[in-house]
Design a protein around this ligand. Sequence first.
Ligand SMILES: NC(=O)c1ccc[n+]([C@@H]2O[C@H](COP(=O)([O-])OP(=O)(O)OC[C@H]3O[C@@H](n4cnc5c(N)ncnc54)[C@H](O)[C@@H]3O)[C@@H](O)[C@H]2O)c1
Length: 260
Amino acid sequence: MTGHLKILDQRVAIITGAARGIGLATIKLFAAAGASIVAFDLPQSPLEDAIKMAKDYGVPIRTFHGDVANATDWKKVINETIDQFGKLDILVNNAGVSGFIGSMLEYPDDVFDQVMAVNARGVFLGMKYAGQVMKSNGGAIVNISSVSGIGGGRYVMAYTASKHAVVGMTKLAAAELAMFKIRVNALCPAPTATEMMFEMARTQSPDDPDAIRRGMERMIPLGRYGEPDEIASAILFLVSDAASFITGTAIPIDGGLKAS
Ligand SMILES: NC(=O)c1ccc[n+]([C@@H]2O[C@H](COP(=O)([O-])OP(=O)(O)OC[C@H]3O[C@@H](n4cnc5c(N)ncnc54)[C@H](O)[C@@H]3O)[C@@H](O)[C@H]2O)c1
């Protein structure tokens, strides 16, 4: 396929949570932009759609099955990236889980640790091990936080804690890694039309999952969920040279939710 500016030509990118949702939409835009891609997701999450998108745009792709909460997996994926492509320019820390939904007074202790491991520790490990190799050539990191990373809300205690942690780590990493010409930014999306939201709605309201969506959409000034492609577009901008003076930010991408 043609028709897209190849603004990521010669760039090598790792994208986590690449099997579906925002991660898969990011694979599509990065492939259209000419990037060489490493798609990272859990062993049980097929990456065939990611492979197909890369093939459609004629860009090289490597897949990696592992757990972002596991340091050994990060060392492996970075080593494989360097073996295959010789460098790393871009990391998108997108993998995430929502965890328990309900009162903080009932929040299961072990689920708190599991959510923090994926959403916070996973982002830390990614930035640490990617940063160690990116420092030789510079690059860009985008961490996917959430509107739950910049506000309180209700019922998703560990998710909110972990997404606030992502914003804090983004700012620290931006300050520390600027000397290596590595930019680090976070995006804070409002509800976006992916399986993560659909699953949460089915759990919260099994008889009428759409009621959850309608309720959320009433709170968003633009009156709708975001689309995965809209989040991916912002990721593409932040990793591109068009954002060359932007680092350390946590940008809401939320249809106006946080403005109202
Ligand atoms: N969908 C939303 O409304 C929304 C809003 C704000 C922020 N976000 C964030 O955007 C990111 C992507 O969300 P999505 O909506 O596309 O979710 P999704 O559930 O559709 O996809 C998440 C992907 O991450 C993978 N993943 C989960 N745990 C992993 C692990 N330990 N190691 C490797 N891969 C793992 C899953 O297998 C899945 O493919 C998440 O960080 C999420 O918190 C989503």
